[in-house]
Design a protein around this ligand. Sequence first.
Ligand SMILES: NC(=O)c1ccc[n+]([C@@H]2O[C@H](COP(=O)([O-])OP(=O)(O)OC[C@H]3O[C@@H](n4cnc5c(N)ncnc54)[C@H](O)[C@@H]3O)[C@@H](O)[C@H]2O)c1
Ligand SMILES: [Zn+2]
Ligand SMILES: [Zn+2]
Length: 281
Amino acid sequence: MRIRGAVLESIGAPRPYTRSRPLTVSELDLAEPGPGELLVRIEAAGLCHSDLSVVDGNRVRPVPMLLGHEAAGVVESGDSDLPVGQRVVMTFLPRCGQCAACATDGLTPCAPGSAANSAGTLMNGDIRLSRDGKPVFHHLGVSGFATHAVVDRRSVVPVPADVPATVASLLGCAVLTGGGAVLNVGKPQPGDTVIVVGLGGVGMAAALTALAHDDVRVIGVDQLSDKLDRARALGVHEAYTPDEAADLKATVVIEAAGHPAALETAIALTGAGGRTITVGL
Ligand SMILES: NC(=O)c1ccc[n+]([C@@H]2O[C@H](COP(=O)([O-])OP(=O)(O)OC[C@H]3O[C@@H](n4cnc5c(N)ncnc54)[C@H](O)[C@@H]3O)[C@@H](O)[C@H]2O)c1
Ligand SMILES: [Zn+2]
Ligand SMILES: [Zn+2]
């Protein structure tokens, strides 16, 4: 079928990207889903800093690539346990369920899933996207900046229909990453203080997840005052610039900015016996 999508044509174009325009919205061909794959009509997609990291070359991927790895949509066809019409979230880390990593605690990325992501293919090594007869690579098994996507069943998680697509899409990366850092690694206990350094989508999700814990103080840190205001509006107990926060200490500190200075801040804010968790790239 014919679809429209945002394709990254080249890596490392000069900034500003509004002028060099490394992404073009174009028509593409999307092949039928293969065994174990689904055709999904995309309803909503989020923009994550890791999309930008492919554009600027921080995360080198093959091009041309249809970007977007945080999306939600509705199953249109495909041979799987999921019915047509089911709302799904697409996740950027498919799990085969059979490799050594998948057999452990769930914190280690699946080996074949990671290999497919690096190669820009679906889990089985296939590519279903093309333009003018030439292959276009998949982004992290999702390629959600498009009208439709063919995805591996192991890249999607069903969600109830009453979860709005705009909310559901964020579960695919920002919430999974920031929330996962709190639930699976930080595990704050009553009386703990959690500091989140970097208040983008990932950091905000970490802060909200920490706030869901009883008797845990949550502090947001960012250089941008509007991010501090938004974090306060979401309910964090305090919000500071890195300079203002310099004398604080916390038991759990999450770096969610993706900059060496932010990691230095996070380590400096970690109290004795506490933990620094870094999810930034
Ligand atoms: N580990 C993973 O699987 C995973 C998943 C998603 C995103 N990421 C990475 O997490 C990071 C955050 O992603 P995002 O989409 O929320 O990014 P974002 O760009 O929306 O937000 C980053 C925030 O960090 C702030 N910041 C930058 N430098 C800072 C500093 N020195 N001190 C304090 N704050 C600072 C920025 O002002 C911004 O508000 C990125 O590096 C992204 O690539 C990793
Ligand atoms: Zn992401
Ligand atoms: Zn695996």
